[in-house]
Design a binder for this molecule. Sequence first.
Ligand SMILES: C[S@@+](CC[C@H](N)C(=O)[O-])C[C@H]1O[C@@H](n2cnc3c(N)ncnc32)[C@H](O)[C@@H]1O
Length: 460
Amino acid sequence: MKLPQTFETRMKEMLGEEYKDYEKTLEEKHYSGIRVNTLKISPEEFEKIAPFSITRIPWIKNGYYYNQNEQPARHPYYFAGLYYIQEPSAMTPASLLPVTPGDKVLDICAAPGGKSTELGAKLCGKGVLVSNDISNSRAKALLKNIELFGIRNPVIASEAPGKLVDYFTEYFDKILVDAPCSGEGMFRKSPAIMKNWEQYGVEYYNKLQKEIILQAARMLKPGGYLLYSTCTFSKEENEGTISYLLEQYPEFQVVDPLTDNSVSYEGFSHGRPEWGNGREELKNCIRLWPHKIKGEGHFIALLRKGEPKGDSLIAVSGNLGKLKITKEAEDFLSEIPLPINEENLLVKEDRLYLLPSELPELKGLRLLRQGLLLGEMKKGRFEPSQALASALYKGDYHKVIDLPGNSAEVIKYLKCETIEANSTKGDGYHLVTADSYSLGWGKLAKGSLKNKYLPGWRWM
Ligand SMILES: C[S@@+](CC[C@H](N)C(=O)[O-])C[C@H]1O[C@@H](n2cnc3c(N)ncnc32)[C@H](O)[C@@H]1O
């Protein structure tokens, strides 16, 4: 592979003797992975039903390599949100941010959702996940992935981080900054990135990273954790950005993510203090080099913000307005095992949302989604949403039409075709599942199931 000359020279300087090992990897195949959605299935269960052969990624509890001849995006389990297709090293940042159920979490550069989906899974529906991306088109892909994963407590925004600060100052317990970067770690997987590298270079991204990380720092509660990651090697974008944050906000400290998460992996390398401002704590950063692990290049730094100096004030959403919920919606939702009560319901233009609790007022932000879209109330009727179907896990709903995962019928359903079906529960809305994992809705009438699968998500 022909590398840009200045990149090659710098890598030789950084890696010394090891450069030849790195260079060899450029001629090898990259690795492909899937990450299991623990909201819907445990890794152990998935191993039993995996429709193609998989092997464990040693440092990711729910991550697996798959053979590149396989097509994991063309299986009903993918449509049931049982896994996310993700490059193995890219699974590391979300796995090392110590998120626990109930946290308020921000993923500030989130699209298309590779890390947000894992952060949402770690929250188990408790707390709030704000997933943001400045690019509106990319945020649409993010919305789809969050909904397909069945995440019940999301807010999806498309804003400049500076604007978010006005709403969320010292609000979050955990923040992920998966920063835009020059992508040097991905040259093997996507050689086209080299053109972008030559056009923009390290400086362009480093300036952006410094802006974003400072804004993220302002939104973190004292005592909270911020994880910064890139898929590049340059010193400036990695130890350099972290040094800059430490100089601007001395209350931050780089901590060892491996101790905090009780995971370790021999292929991980330490950060290099001399590549930043020399502070010893930069050793706690992690570098993933493709010649040391079966994955692409990455950098990770976990930081803790200094202890609280008193309780921070949180503006809680005020009056949601008088809710006008139709009887049909009420009846439908009474059978759904979600913590639905009037305080966390929002009605907007006939659409009904379930809000995460303790959200501040978000008026004025560009939001793609505020909470879980439950459905639409149309002329007194209630149409449950695709997102609600995805957010119902195995056994959550009793009116089900279950199709075998390997049947022609399930593909017909995913192609939005009408199928024939029967139910002991009478006519009306049924959740269509593949081997018990939810796919979407269908409306049963006289043995025929009117397809309510979201057309934009259909099998092509
Ligand atoms: C490395 S990608 C994120 C990948 C994502 N975390 C995932 O795992 O799927 C960086 C993202 O940052 C977004 N971005 C670029 N500039 C930004 C900014 N100033 N604020 C927020 N996001 C930004 C890009 O649109 C891009 O989606």
